[in-house]
Design a protein around this ligand. Structure first.
Ligand code: ATP
Ligand code: MG
Length: 376
């Protein structure tokens, strides 16, 4: 095992969104200094960083400064150019590796890797031309979802298509980007597993989360998932196997679809902490962000035990309207923990924050979560 990087050292974060912000808070709480690279002057993570390099992810000067000053570097989103990770890795440890991020940032590479390594995915076809679409109509069928292969997130860059004509229009709208056409599955539920893996290959898995989406965006995570033990175990084992086979270092998440009476399919891999793991901030001994610090710095892995059942609800820009949501309706409950990301403008579909309801009874936590949502 490499030497521990101890508090006082400077850690680099590529990306300044809410995941970077929560990493930065965890790292600074533990006494590290944090440098965030993000082109947005108002980035959520930049507000908490010791240093915010406001530059592009390929900016040579900014990368040189990170290489010189950071003891180790990590990322919060999969769309950081893999070449940036590769370049920085010549100067200091970078976790996760460019190779792992490269697979996760491209749906074609990701699904191909998963199938080659024996993990079931939804049936899909690679769409580079209109002719590919006609062929995919036979192999994949409709209804289906056309997903852009790169730079999609939170359901953006995805269109549900009913037939070939609809798919052709949607593909034309993607501006020539390579896409995948994925069979629309009837989902029984969606699960995810967040884990931390270190250089020695040790893994700590968090409990399985049950995720409810709305319009392709995560809405609610319920943890522990209300599924039977065997299914939860299968999900944990698949996530563990993926992490090992990627030789992954850092925090990652695997999203699963459950179909046909309990069959597991991998939806996607996130090479970073995950929205469905935000409950760990309030309900686990070590949060997923502390885990990211620990794996980055070669500290012993965090403790993933959940001390209280939890329900996390995302706060999207939609509920802002012309005024702030009714925070008092939430803050009156000490069992409800509010996390806002410091984003300036509330746009529809934009993740502005989340709250987590905690209770010994998961049903009670869920009821409170719903009651608060209705009052906000
Ligand atoms: P995120 O960044 O939130 O993970 P994303 O843009 O990468 O989202 P996906 O994870 O591919 O998108 O899809 C978002 C959601 O859309 C899924 O969690 C699921 O609810 C729904 N979805 C995606 N693909 C399918 C499918 N093949 N069949 C049924 N539902 C699907
Ligand atoms: Mg997803």
């Amino acid at each position: 095992m490499n030497k521990m990087i101890l508090p006082g050292a400077t850690l680099g974060m590529l990306g300044g969104g809410q995941l970077g912000r929560m990493f930065t808070i965890a790292a600074r709480t533990m006494g590290y200094r944090v440098t965030v690279l993000d082109p947005d002057t108002l980035s959520p993570a930049g507000q908490f960083a010791d240093t915010h390099l406001c530059a592009d992810y390929r900016d040579p000067q900014a990368l040189a400064q990170m290489a010189q000053t950071c003891a180790a570097i990590t990322t919060e989103f999969e769309n950081v150019p893999a070449d940036t990770l590769r370049h920085l890795a010549e100067h200091c440890p970078v976790k996760p590796s460019a190779e792992a991020v490269e697979i996760a940032q491209n749906r074609v590479a990701e699904k191909t890797w998963l199938q080659q390594h024996g993990f079931a995915t939804a049936p899909f076809a690679v769409i580079a031309t209109e002719a590919d679409l006609a062929a995919a109509a036979e192999t994949v069928g409709f209804p289906a979802i056309l997903k852009v292969s790169r730079f999609g997130y939170d359901g953006k860059g995805q269109v549900r298509v009913a037939d070939l004509a609809h798919a052709q229009l949607a593909f034309a709208d993607m501006g020539g980007e390579i896409c995948v056409l994925e069979k629309m599955l009837t989902l029984e539920c969606e699960l995810s597993v967040v884990l931390g893996r270190n250089e020695a290959g040790e893994v700590a898995l968090y409990p399985v989360a049950e995720n409810i989406h709305d319009a392709g965006i995560l809405d609610i995570s319920i943890v522990p998932a209300r599924v039977d033990y065997d299914l939860a175990t299968q999900a944990r084992e698949a996530a563990l196997a993926i992490a090992h086979q990627l030789e992954y270092c850092g925090v990652m998440a695997v999203e699963f679809f459950i179909v046909d009476g309990g069959r597991l399919m991998v939806n996607e891999i996130a090479p970073r902490p995950h929205n469905s793991g935000h409950y760990t901030l309030d309900a686990c001994l070590s949060s997923q962000f502390e885990m990211q610090v620990r794996t980055l710095c070669n500290l012993p892995l965090g403790a993933t035990e959940q001390h209280t059942p939890a329900v996390m609800v995302n706060l999207l820009g939609d509920i802002w309207g012309n005024s702030q949501p009714n925070w008092a309706a939430l803050l009156q409950y000490p069992q409800a923990k509010l996390h806002l990301y410091g984003k300036q403008s509330a746009r529809p579909g934009r993740k502005m924050g989340h709250y987590t309801c905690l209770n010994e009874s998961l049903e009670t936590a869920l009821a409170l979560a719903r009651q608060i949502r209705a009052a906000l």
